[in-house]
Design a binder for this molecule. Sequence first.
Ligand code: CP
Length: 292
Amino acid sequence: ERSLLGLKDISKEEIVSILDRALHWEYHQDKVHNVLHGKFAANMFFENSTRTRFSFEIAEKRLGADVVNFSAATSSVEKGESIYDTVKTLESTGVDVGIIRLKPIGVLAEIAPKLNIPLINAGDGNNEHPTQALLDLYTMRKHFGSLEGLNVAIVGDVLHSRVARSNVFALRKFGCKVSFCTPPNMRMSDLDVPYISMEDALKADVVMMLRVQLERHESGMLSSAEGYRQNYGLTSERAAQIGKHAIIMHPAPFNRNVEIDDAVIESEQSRIFPQMSNGVPIRMAVVERALS
Ligand code: CP
């Protein structure tokens, strides 16, 4: 049984093995399998989600697992029960694997050794979102054939982005050149990543746009949505400047016409909805790995 708390400390070989297994599952999604028959998977979301939660649920069901969904808003968390006590309770009822999204950083690493079931991080604060980065790598590998040496520009609110962090940790294992392009007040202080201009970001093989995470902002961080779009948005005019071989990505949800123009989201070079589709085979591989 193996937890997946982040990509910082897992090897390149393990990442390749997850991507390869996801490729297998991508071509075997036509029916429900019974590899996890008799196992219970609990999706425990202490923070809201659409893509991650539903793609985990579909992945678990495709593997034949029984799925229980936990929502903090309707649970005893509302009475003050801690995250550890909540997860320990689900473990005590017979759950075999816990998929957890939560706000506080450090809690997963603290509780995982005290539990007997594997945990999968579905996003913790602005720390890591490992399955998102895995599906991002899968999407890039599918398009380019290999990850080695790719030039990836991550544009936008990196300060609040667990997606950016997990991508940096993973992409660097493959010798990718990763750069950030972001407003001065949305920089990340602890990772040594070069900051580049929007003009240079458009020269990358992968232009990965990030959502402006208004719900995590202190007041006044974004003075004007249109001003942000003018300086850091992937407008149709800017999208026309990226290389013909390049792809556009975004983890979603997106603020349409703020960090990315409406017309760009479903343009030919965009891989945004395929990223969401790729989330299912990636999560099948990760849940299977946790229980095998
Ligand atoms: N990309 C992503 O994590 O989306 P959700 O917050 O909807 O799960």
